[in-house]
Design a protein around this ligand. Structure first.
Ligand code: C2E
Ligand code: MG
Ligand code: MG
Length: 660
């Protein structure tokens, strides 16, 4: 019937487009129910206003939320109608919705707190309480500083505020403290909320407890870069640190040092007390090493009983840096020499340390590690429990060794080995046998003495094929001698090295060789050394007995030079003791050595063994030996080791002499 001027302004329709039409055509279909109910109420309650909310249509198609009051004025003669007023509440409705969403979002999984502009907490959510342990009542009105762990320096917080002030936001990982006192890592985002006039009204912080993520990430890092047993950096991390140390030395000009540390006789600890004890020792070594270096230095474990220490920021002067390194090396030696308590065992251990210095980028990481390793090896060979510096001469000798090894590998296939025979003479005239001594006829170096390559052959394992070759040649020689009445009584002594003897199938190899050459086994004599025997006494006794069964004889070479107890002597099926040449040489020179010679002879007699002296060079020595009951001699006095043809020439005069 009538519209006020504000209605066309609100709905966009002209009064003419509204007057005379049903009001329903501007009302949202879903809200028709509200209208119908309201109409009923209003019609029944004269002059009583009713307010409802519903949507009406703007001419341009938008829906507008209105709050509308209707009042029944049908009885009023001036109006005789229903008066409806309305105002637009669309924005207010939207704000309500936003608020509801915000309230739900606030109670999300992430912890949240809101502060006012002066950083006093005004609101926290439930997740906040479950993460921090603080209820809303306990923290509202407080400063979030109550959450600080004390792990961050003041600069950390200063940077955070700086970012908040500049960009309105800060995001990062932070160590906080729960109400229980537990410190935990948290991922946190803080946003400054600004009012219309641009100043900060609130700060909103969202936080996630990342203890579990952090633990997993830490574990992954530990596995990849740290040694599980000792917790020290592993080889991978060591290389990283070394690269950094080289770069830093390059920048600063300061020298650094690399120490290579290897525990002496670690294997025997493992073998005798077990791997658990070995592990305990390594853990204690790791702790002691860490305690003896400075904070910026690195202690790493390469594996086994090998540790590496990187020292940084030493003097710029090489000599002074070397002195500093030596001092620290001394500290490490001392501390690693202290007894270790391994459960209920007190154990003493020592390290061998190799050191090398670096300055700038001159050497590569690999080179440095190799140098320190070489120096460590040098420390081992000079008696262990000591520190050695890398020096280039050392490297030269190692290079030479490597070259020798390469050549040695070819020597067998290239037929470069020869055997020389040194006669063993009974009572000055009768040759009773010989010792087979290997020679290496090197195409460039000439004749190489076994002293220069046997050890290398042992270390590289080449002694196995070489030893087998000698054994084979010796048996062939014995067979030749058997065919000749002049030589058929000769025994041939063959030196056996430790590695060769202790190989599992040594007994089988000897048996096979003896059988395939069809020799009388008692013509073959194996020379063993004391250290070989003591390496593994049970294995030795067992193998010697088996070979003795076969008929092969044994001589104890270099007798008297070992530091061993004599008790084992009676356990071994030995035929002969061979007095070491060092004592023989000192007959008439050093009284105590002459006494030793006499003692060995007496011992051999008492044990029912034969005795032979080696290295007999003078008539005086021979006379002394003869007078004291050693009737068999070997040495340059009779003949140097010679090739077989020459040896057989020696044989004849003796033989002739014998028969006459
Ligand atoms: P060895 O078994 O004690 O051999 C005795 C060494 O003393 C030999 O040195 C021999 O030439 C030397 N010699 C003998 N009489 C005299 C003397 O009157 N004066 C001096 N000054 N020396 C004398 P060689 O041949 O150089 O052998 C050195 C060592 O190499 C041997 O000591 C032995 O341990 C090892 N060896 C030699 N041949 C073999 C082999 O075929 N197999 C193994 N495993 N080792 C061998
Ligand atoms: Mg020998
Ligand atoms: Mg000897």
């Amino acid at each position: 019937m009538f519209v006020s001027p504000n209605i066309p302004r609100l709905l966009g329709f002209l009064p003419d487009e509204l007057i005379g039409r049903p009001s329903a055509h501007v009302i949202h279909p879903d809200d028709m129910g509200i209208i119908a109910n309201a109409q009923c109420y209003v019609l029944e309650h004269a002059a009583e206003p009713l307010t409802v909310q519903y949507r009406v249509c703007h001419k341009d198609g938008r829906w507008i939320y209105v709050e509308s009051t209707g009042v029944n004025l049908l009885g009023n003669p001036e109006i005789e109608g229903i008066l409806v007023s309305m105002r637009n509440i669309t924005e207010r409705r939207q704000a309500d919705v936003d608020l509801r969403i915000a309230a739900i979002a606030f109670e999300a999984q992430e912890g949240m707190f809101i502060t006012d502009a002066s950083s006093k907490i005004i609101k926290v959510n439930r997740a906040f309480t479950s993460i921090t342990g603080y209820t809303a009542e306990e923290v509202i009105g407080k400063d979030p500083r109550i959450l600080q762990s004390g792990r961050h320096k003041s600069e950390f917080y200063a940077a955070m505020w700086d970012s908040l002030n500049r960009t309105g936001e800060w995001n990062g990982e932070i160590w906080n403290r729960r109400k229980s006192g537990e410190i935990y890592p948290e991922q946190i985002t803080i946003t400054a909320v600004k009012g219309l006039e641009g100043s900060v009204t609130n700060y909103v912080a969202t936080l996630t407890d990342i203890t579990l993520n952090k633990e997993a990430a830490d574990k992954i890092e530990r596995l990849a870069f740290y040694d599980a047993l000792t917790g020290l950096p592993n080889r991978v991390l060591l290389r990283d640190r070394l690269v950094l140390a080289l770069a830093s030395s390059h920048r600063s000009g300061q020298t650094g040092a690399l120490l290579f540390i290897d525990m002496d006789n670690f294997k025997s600890l493992n073998d005798t007390l077990g791997h658990n004890m070995g592990d305990l020792l390594l853990q204690q070594v790791a702790q002691r090493l860490e305690s003896s270096v400075r904070e910026g230095d690195t202690v790493a474990r390469l594996g086994g009983d090998e540790f590496v220490v990187i020292l940084v920021d030493l003097s710029e002067q090489a000599l002074e840096a070397a002195a500093q390194t030596k001092n620290i090396g001394k500290i490490i030696l001392d501390i690693l020499n202290q007894p270790y308590q391994l459960t209920n065992h007190f154990y003493h251990s020592t390290p061998s340390i190799g050191a090398t210095l670096f300055n700038g980028h001159e050497q590569s990481v690999d080179e440095l590690l190799k140098q320190a390793d070489i120096a460590m090896y040098q420390a081992k060979t000079s008696g262990r429990n000591t520190l050695r510096f890398f020096d280039p001469h050392m490297q030269a000798s190692i290079t030479a060794r490597v070259a020798l090894e390469t050549d040695l590998r070819e020597a067998l296939t290239e037929n470069q080995f020869k055997i020389h025979y040194q006669p063993q003479v009974y009572l000055n005239h009768q040759i009773v046998g010989a010792e087979a001594l290997i020679r290496w006829q090197h195409p460039e170096r000439g004749l190489v003495s076994p002293a220069d390559f046997i050890q290398l052959a042992e270390e590289t394992g080449l002694i196995l094929p070489i030893g087998q070759w000698i054994l084979e040649m010796a048996c062939k020689q014995i067979k030749c001698w058997e065919h000749n009445t002049v030589t058929q009584h000769l025994k041939l002594a063959v030196n056996v090295s430790a590695r060769q003897f202790h190989q599992v199938n040594f007994v089988e190899l000897v048996t096979q060789t003896v059988h395939s050459n069809a020799i009388k086994p008692d013509r073959l004599k194996l020379e063993l050394t004391e250290s070989l025997v003591l390496d593994d006494i049970d294995d030795t006794v067992c193998k010697m007995n088996a070979l003795r069964e076969l008929g092969v004889g044994f001589s104890m070479d270099d007798f008297g030079t070992g530091f061993s107890s004599l008790a084992y002597l009676t356990q071994l099926p030995l035929d002969q003791l061979k007095i070491d040449q060092s004592f023989v040489r000192n007959i008439g020179v050093k009284a105590s050595d002459a006494v030793i010679v006499q003692t060995i002879i007496g011992m051999a007699n008492n044990l029912g063994m034969e005795v032979i002296a080696e290295g007999v060079e003078t008539e005086a020595q021979r006379t002394f030996l003869d007078q004291h009951g050693c009737q068999i001699c070997q040495g340059d006095l009779f003949s140097k080791p010679v090739i077989i043809e020459q040896f057989e020439l020696l044989q004849k005069p003796c033989d002739h002499f014998d028969r006459s």
